[in-house]
Design a protein around this ligand. Structure first.
Ligand SMILES: *Cc1c(COP(=O)(O)O)cnc(C)c1O
Length: 245
């Protein structure tokens, strides 16, 4: 039986989802995009399995997690459901075996050595692991990601790795960047993707846009939005930061 607070939480989630869906649809229409609307990847870090179930009841089936230690118990609990799990956190090389065997997608790859390990560790009975390459598109100091200049060489190195399927590019812009800079960064991502496609690598994914910048991301061609707080509300402080890692 559902408690009243549970019902209230589910209602609040449904309302945020409806508002978010309307904003995504409006931004897609405003951009004059004729392609499919971007996928909403529900970033469930810091949220318990019960909240993920509530999101599933709204029709969401793709979830993003940042911390392996936090994600695995939730994934095990929801194993019976046909969900698609994306790893969007910082990749530690001692965790690649778990990532390769348990996740469907890994975003945030910025060196060939990590991709190589994931390819070697992906099970032969599994579908190829979908990957995105992270680009440090605004050349921020101390930010993960390959530079735009080094991207073509990284694409060349990973595009034919046997157990991987290179799907596209991912970026994370600085929080609170001015709107013009957001547009500039996202547009550059799109240019890099189109350049790779023109050079013969069939990429179909631009993983960009979070709760605070998904509208400019949609305007510049995002195909996958990674949204946490805008859908689920604030995360509990204890769950953020990956203290368990
Ligand atoms: C946490 C996180 C998100 C979601 O952030 P929100 O601001 O809560 O939408 C998206 N992408 C990455 C890589 C993240 O770590």
């Amino acid at each position: 039986m559902l408690s009243t607070t549970h019902n209230q939480a589910a209602t609040a989630l449904a309302q945020r989802f409806a508002d978010l869906s309307a904003r995504i649809a409006a931004a897609t229409a405003a951009a004059g995009r004729s392609d499919a609307p971007p996928l909403l990847l529900a970033v469930s870090k810091g949220q318990p399995a019960a909240v993920i179930r509530a999101a599933m009841a709204l029709g969401l089936s793709q979830f993003g997690e940042n911390y392996v230690t936090e994600a695995l118990p939730k994934m095990a609990e929801l194993e019976a459901h046909a969900l698609v799990w994306h790893f969007i956190g910082r990749i530690q090389s001692n965790k690649t075996r778990i990532l390769a065997s348990r996740f469907d997608w890994v975003h945030g790859i910025d060196r060939a050595s990590l991709a190589q390990r994931l390819s070697e560790q992906r099970g032969h009975f599994q579908a190829p692991l979908n990957i995105c390459l992270q680009v440090n598109v605004l050349a921020e100091a101390s930010k993960g990601g390959v530079s735009p200049a080094e991207l073509p060489a990284l694409i060349e190195a990973v595009r034919n790795m046997p157990r991987l399927r290179l799907r596209g590019l991912m970026c994370m812009l600085p929080y609170g960047a001015p709107l013009a800079l957001q547009h500039q960064g996202f547009a550059e991502m799109r240019r890099l993707l189109e350049q790779a496609v023109a050079q013969g690598t069939p990429l179909d994914t631009l993983s960009m846009g979070m709760s605070d910048d998904f509208e400019p991301a949609i305007a510049e061609g995002a195909t996958l939005l990674r949204i946490g707080t805008g859908l689920f509300g604030e995360r509990s402080a204890a769950a953020v930061g990956g203290a368990l890692e």
